[in-house]
Design a protein. Structure first.
Length: 91
Protein backbone atom coordinates (compact mmCIF):
# COMPACT_ATOMS: atom_id res chain seq x y z
CA UNK A 1 0.00 0.00 0.00
CA UNK A 2 2.85 2.41 0.81
CA UNK A 3 4.47 1.64 -2.51
CA UNK A 4 1.25 2.45 -4.36
CA UNK A 5 0.82 5.78 -2.54
CA UNK A 6 4.37 7.05 -3.11
CA UNK A 7 4.50 5.91 -6.74
CA UNK A 8 1.00 6.30 -8.18
CA UNK A 9 -0.46 8.71 -5.64
CA UNK A 10 1.87 11.67 -6.14
CA UNK A 11 3.23 13.84 -8.93
CA UNK A 12 6.81 12.69 -8.44
CA UNK A 13 5.92 9.04 -8.30
CA UNK A 14 7.11 8.30 -11.81
CA UNK A 15 10.59 9.61 -10.98
CA UNK A 16 10.64 7.56 -7.77
CA UNK A 17 9.66 4.44 -9.73
CA UNK A 18 12.44 5.13 -12.24
CA UNK A 19 14.96 5.52 -9.41
CA UNK A 20 13.88 2.25 -7.81
CA UNK A 21 14.11 0.46 -11.15
CA UNK A 22 17.51 1.96 -11.90
CA UNK A 23 19.19 0.94 -8.65
CA UNK A 24 17.63 -2.51 -8.34
CA UNK A 25 20.70 -4.16 -9.89
CA UNK A 26 23.38 -1.49 -9.57
CA UNK A 27 23.61 0.81 -6.52
CA UNK A 28 24.34 4.41 -7.48
CA UNK A 29 24.91 7.74 -5.81
CA UNK A 30 22.56 10.68 -6.33
CA UNK A 31 24.79 12.31 -8.92
CA UNK A 32 24.94 9.18 -11.08
CA UNK A 33 21.16 8.68 -10.76
CA UNK A 34 20.60 12.28 -11.86
CA UNK A 35 22.89 11.84 -14.86
CA UNK A 36 21.39 8.55 -16.04
CA UNK A 37 17.78 9.70 -15.61
CA UNK A 38 18.49 13.23 -16.86
CA UNK A 39 17.09 14.80 -13.69
CA UNK A 40 18.28 17.66 -11.53
CA UNK A 41 20.49 16.53 -8.64
CA UNK A 42 18.24 18.26 -6.07
CA UNK A 43 15.23 16.45 -7.51
CA UNK A 44 16.95 13.10 -7.09
CA UNK A 45 17.98 13.93 -3.52
CA UNK A 46 14.38 14.88 -2.71
CA UNK A 47 12.98 11.62 -4.12
CA UNK A 48 15.65 9.48 -2.48
CA UNK A 49 14.82 11.06 0.89
CA UNK A 50 11.19 10.06 0.44
CA UNK A 51 12.16 6.54 -0.59
CA UNK A 52 14.52 6.28 2.36
CA UNK A 53 11.93 7.58 4.81
CA UNK A 54 9.59 4.85 3.60
CA UNK A 55 12.34 2.22 4.00
CA UNK A 56 12.55 1.39 0.30
CA UNK A 57 16.17 2.48 -0.22
CA UNK A 58 19.15 2.74 2.06
CA UNK A 59 22.36 4.73 1.72
CA UNK A 60 25.79 3.18 2.17
CA UNK A 61 27.74 4.16 5.27
CA UNK A 62 30.08 6.71 3.73
CA UNK A 63 28.79 10.28 3.46
CA UNK A 64 30.18 11.81 0.29
CA UNK A 65 29.13 10.00 -2.85
CA UNK A 66 27.31 7.30 -0.90
CA UNK A 67 25.45 4.86 -3.07
CA UNK A 68 21.80 4.02 -2.62
CA UNK A 69 20.46 0.51 -2.93
CA UNK A 70 17.15 -1.23 -2.37
CA UNK A 71 16.16 -2.50 1.04
CA UNK A 72 15.09 -6.09 1.45
CA UNK A 73 11.48 -4.89 1.77
CA UNK A 74 11.70 -3.29 -1.67
CA UNK A 75 13.46 -6.29 -3.18
CA UNK A 76 10.65 -8.50 -1.87
CA UNK A 77 8.08 -6.20 -3.50
CA UNK A 78 9.75 -5.67 -6.88
CA UNK A 79 6.87 -7.39 -8.69
CA UNK A 80 4.43 -4.95 -7.07
CA UNK A 81 6.50 -2.03 -8.40
CA UNK A 82 6.44 -3.49 -11.90
CA UNK A 83 2.67 -3.92 -11.68
CA UNK A 84 2.20 -0.32 -10.53
CA UNK A 85 4.46 0.96 -13.31
CA UNK A 86 2.41 -0.91 -15.91
CA UNK A 87 -0.82 0.52 -14.51
CA UNK A 88 0.41 4.11 -14.56
CA UNK A 89 1.99 3.71 -17.97
CA UNK A 90 5.71 3.97 -17.26
CA UNK A 91 6.68 0.53 -18.48
Amino acid sequence: MILWSIIAGTRGGINRAKILNLIKDTPMNANKIATVLNLDHKTVVHHVKILSKNELVVKAEKEYGAEFHLTQIMKDNQSALEEIMQKIGTK
